[in-house]
Design a protein around this ligand. Structure first.
Ligand code: MG
Length: 252
């Protein structure tokens, strides 16, 4: 499938495809029956988050180079946590630093968008349940993450889950470069070759615990180089072959 977007089409959220010859609406449901619809009357549609997940299942420490940087042993199994759907924003929307927040960090991550209801999926079959890949910024209040026993508050604020700009289908085993930039300066740059638990294993592990619904996202963890954001910054998560997720940072 061509890269899948969601756009604000005259006040209504619609799925759209970006094709070589221009933008086309998608009629129907990208997770079910659909067809290529009318051409858009603009070259620059207003982009929304490409999917609205019921949940984001995010993975803690999952890059070998990040573990080495932090002097941490490689985990025996993934550490997973949830980010709420209400934290999701699209490219171009602002990350809002809550009043009274401590250090708020960017975390560039590869997101795996689930295409059909998935439960007890074996790693060998994981690709059958994946619609495609996207960029995620697992924005985190680092001070609250340290203070609380678990991550709900630190990673659950509204706007703390930028997702986008689109969903790109293809081989889930291909190695991809994952990068973040703040104000044009590269801060993180690694490859999904460094994943401790690759996509297939994550799909198996997570669906042993819970049902993943169409549009749900597994966020695969962040490479080395996380750092703080302040109001006025622009942060970009860029993934090779997927696209660039761009968000400005503002204060509440
Ligand atoms: Mg993370």
């Amino acid at each position: 499938m061509d890269p899948l977007y969601r756009i604000d089409h005259h006040g209504i959220a619609r799925y759209a495809l970006r094709r070589r010859e221009g933008w086309r609406l998608l009629d129907g449901d990208p997770f079910g029956a659909h067809a290529v619809g009318a051409a858009l009357d603009t070259d620059r549609p207003s982009l929304l988050a490409p999917v609205m997940p019921s949940k984001i299942v995010a993975v803690g420490l999952n890059y070998k180079d990040h573990a080495a940087e932090m002097n941490k042993a490689l985990p025996d199994e993934p550490l997973i946590f949830l980010k709420p759907s209400t934290a999701v924003i699209g490219t171009g929307a602002a990350i809002v630093i809550p009043s009274g927040a401590g250090r708020v960090d960017y975390e560039a991550e590869l997101g795996v968008v689930i295409g059909k209801t998935a439960r007890h999926v074996a790693a060998a079959h994981a690709h059958e349940y994946v619609l495609g890949l996207t960029c995620v910024n697992d924005v985190t209040d680092r001070d609250l993450q340290r203070r609380d026993v678990q991550y709900t508050r630190a990673k659950g604020f509204d706007t703390f889950a930028p997702v986008g700009p689109c969903v790109v289908s293809g081989d889930i085993d291909r190695p991809l470069t994952v990068e973040s930039r703040v104000n044009g300066e590269t801060r993180q740059r690694s490859s999904t070759r460094e994943l401790i638990f690759p996509i297939r294993q994550l799909v198996e592990f997570v669906t042993r615990v819970m049902t993943l619904l169409p549009g749900d996202i597994i966020s695969t963890g962040t490479p080395p180089g996380v750092g703080p954001l302040v109001a006025g910054d622009q942060v970009v998560v860029a993934i090779e072959g997927v696209g660039e997720l761009v968000n400005d940072v503002v204060e509440e």
